[in-house]
Design a protein around this ligand. Structure first.
Ligand SMILES: [Fe+2]
Length: 303
């Protein structure tokens, strides 16, 4: 069909000639449908292909993989870039960079004071201590902040989604001390891939891409009067560090991973051998009127 004929069909379907002002939802859905009509026309998409796509989307929903697909297609990173741009327009620059939340946060992890042990289930891997301070842009400590942390186990699985792990394994909320200090003990995470053969994996393969994330640890950092930070840190040295299928690696989020071999430090942490350590401070912006929203409100799984 020619483009004018397509647009005439769209006007009829979308009621564009009704004279009524379209709502925001109508405008957005109409735009997406418009683009889809023209995509079908431009690529001469065949009915079999169209229905295969509908079946794919149905399966992706059944598998609960839309969150992963949004990450893999770069949509979640794109939203970050747009929020960065809105912040910059409002004069908010610097501080710890944000990066994607991903689809695997679970609300309600136990809250602990200043220190938490994340690896509740026994698992192989190097012992990791990570510690630091929550500070404001002037370098002042932000006491009693909440550092929510979650990461995958040695098989790349997250508790709650992986039934083999105990509830909230590798998930904790750490209330910092009055100096904004936090510390946790865990295992050095490894990278992981999207479920093999799943909807995201199928799509990535069709696009000539992989579905692997480099090793990382997720955080929400919150404090009254401050803008909530959603971020991750990466484990340096991971071969996929700058080839993340979700595009989440950012400058400023790759701290040094130090191997600690000093006997006194090993004894102090009641270990029997060398361990790894990461120092990382979170730098938050003060909340003020008329700034774009920093916290993304979205549905979360809750135990
Ligand atoms: Fe993750």
């Amino acid at each position: 069909m020619d483009k004018q004929a397509i647009d005439a069909v769209l006007r009829k379907i979308q009621g564009a000639d009704s004279g009524e002002e379209a709502s925001r939802v109508q405008k957005i859905v109409n735009r997406i449908v418009h683009d889809l009509f023209h995509t079908i026309e431009d690529f001469d998409v065949q009915p079999e292909e169209f229905w295969a796509a509908v079946h794919y989307l149905t399966e992706a929903g059944r598998n609960g993989e839309y969150g992963l697909i949004a990450a893999g297609l770069g949509l979640e990173h794109f939203l970050d870039l747009r929020m960065d741009e809105a912040d910059a327009r409002a004069g908010v620059n610097g501080g710890t960079p944000r990066t994607i939340e991903g689809p695997l946060y679970v609300a309600g992890a136990p809250e602990e004071k200043a220190f938490a042990r994340l690896d509740q289930d026994p698992q192989p891997g190097e012992v990791l201590f990570m510690q630091g301070q929550v500070r404001d842009m002037d370098g002042k400590p932000v006491g009693n902040s909440l550092v929510e942390v979650w990461h995958a186990n040695h098989l790349g699985g997250y508790s709650f989604f992986d039934q083999n792990q105990s509830p909230f394994n590798l998930r904790r909320s750490i209330r910092t001390d009055s100096e904004g200090r936090y510390r946790f003990r865990s295992r050095v995470p490894v990278g992981y891939s999207v479920p093999p053969g799943g909807s995201t994996d199928q799509l990535m393969k069709l696009l000539g891409r992989h579905g692997t994330r480099p090793a990382h640890i997720h955080f929400f950092v919150k404090a009254p009067g401050f803008r909530t930070l959603t971020t991750q840190i990466n484990i340096e040295g991971d071969p996929f560090l700058w080839d993340d299928f979700a595009f989440a690696t950012r400058d400023g989020l790759v701290p040094v991973l130090t191997k600690v071999t000093d006997d006194a430090a090993i004894r102090r942490d009641e270990l029997d051998g060398p361990f790894y350590s990461i120092d990382f401070d979170f730098v938050l912006h003060k909340e003020r009127d008329n700034l774009p929203k920093a916290e993304v409100v979205r549905d979360h799984f809750t135990v």
